[in-house]
Design a protein around this ligand. Structure first.
Ligand SMILES: Cc1ncc(COP(=O)(O)O)c(C=O)c1O
Length: 332
């Protein structure tokens, strides 16, 4: 009798391509990029980024197209965001051309491990301060490394409708670093997210400092119904998601009403009571993940009928078709 074994896919972000584009910055400026084995790069224990947070990163995906080629989705937006993060963190700002060259090298040197859709190659550019100096608490690093990790991925979100706790007081991070993509922002949010998991069996936290909704721990947040999307207006205090921007452009192209405006927790609660209400997390990893329950002041509140609604399905479907070359769209 033959035995059948089912292999569980590896968790998102735990498998890596073999090849790593890397470039270094020193007193001569940025050196040329080279592609090295992913497991060949090591950093000393005194490295600046490990002590003083001189680190920022990006997350984008490359998708297999219908003709078999592989294309990174809107990499220009991620490259620009990395440069803005670097500037805010007093790190050397990598030139745009270097970032473009490295994204392309990350894709092409790992092309053989790109999964078929709905899988993709997740790319993680990482810029780190590399001075070996534990006495530089108030000084920027003078040297840095920029590299891009490639990781073949499948689904990021769990298969169930999401449960999201609303945090009305504590911000995810400080307002001055909200739109920076740096590791310390995630560390600051982690305790709140862990408490929500423990106390409410929640998947994530929606941060709403001052009672106005902003974003979750690793994605932007949208309210939707057919013909309409509502989301917080861009500000310095949360991450300007490429997915958020893409979905809003798609919604506008469909002549949907797109409202970028402040939404209070009270309005969110009223919204959830509408039978047509939808809510979703928007991010590169999540794409657009339906929220079934918001937990406000410790109470479960069902969003609409608790299922993934038609607006969420339509925008998600359009976006994934564009990413895989089944549909064209000219993002601005
Ligand atoms: C805190 C946070 N907000 C929003 C996003 C969504 O950004 P993007 O759509 O560019 O992935 C992410 C994902 O990286 C995130 O970590």
């Amino acid at each position: 009798m033959s035995e059948t074994t089912t292999t569980k896919p590896a968790p998102f972000g735990t498998v890596f391509g073999s090849n790593l584009p890397i470039a270094r910055f020193d007193s001569d400026g940025w050196g040329a990029m080279e592609v090295v084995p992913t497991d060949s790069v090591t950093f000393g224990v005194a490295t600046h980024c490990l002590h003083y947070g001189s680190e920022c990163f990006e997350g984008l995906k490359a998708h297999k197209q219908q003709d078999g080629s592989v294309k990174a989705f809107r990499a220009d937006k991620n490259n620009a965001r990395l440069r803005a993060s670097a500037e805010r963190l007093c790190l050397p700002v990598p030139p745009m051309e270097l970032l473009e060259e490295m994204v392309e090298a990350a894709v092409q040197s790992n092309v053989e491990v790109v999964p078929d859709p709905p899988g993709s190659l997740y790319l993680r550019p990482n810029l780190v301060g590399t001075d070996l100096n534990i006495g530089a608490a108030t000084k920027p690093t003078k040297t840095a490394a920029l590299y891009i990790i490639a990781s073949p991925v499948g689904e990021y979100l769990p298969p169930h409708m999401l449960r999201i706790v609303v945090e009305p007081d504590i911000p995810r991070t400080t307002p001055q670093f909200g739109k920076v993509k740096c590791g310390s922002n995630y560390a600051m949010a982690l305790g709140v997210i862990q408490n929500a998991r423990r106390d409410f069996n929640a998947d994530q936290v929606l941060f709403a400092p001052g009672g106005l909704i902003e974003e979750t721990g690793a994605a932007n947040f949208l309210l939707l119904e057919e013909g309409r999307v509502i989301t917080a207006p861009l500000s310095d205090s949360f991450l300007h998601g490429v997915t958020r921007d893409s979905l809003l452009q798609l919604a506008r192209s469909l002549d949907w009403k797109v409202e970028e405006r402040a939404v209070s927790v009270e309005e969110l609660v009223q919204w959830c009571a509408r039978p047509t209400a939808e809510a979703a997390l928007a991010g590169t990893a999540a794409i657009l993940g339906g929220v079934g329950t918001m937990i406000v002041n410790g109470e479960d509140i069902q969003v609409g009928n608790g299922e993934t609604g038609p607006a969420t399905k339509q925008l998600r479907g359009m976006l994934t078709e564009i990413q895989t070359g089944k549909r064209s769209f000219d993002f601005q």
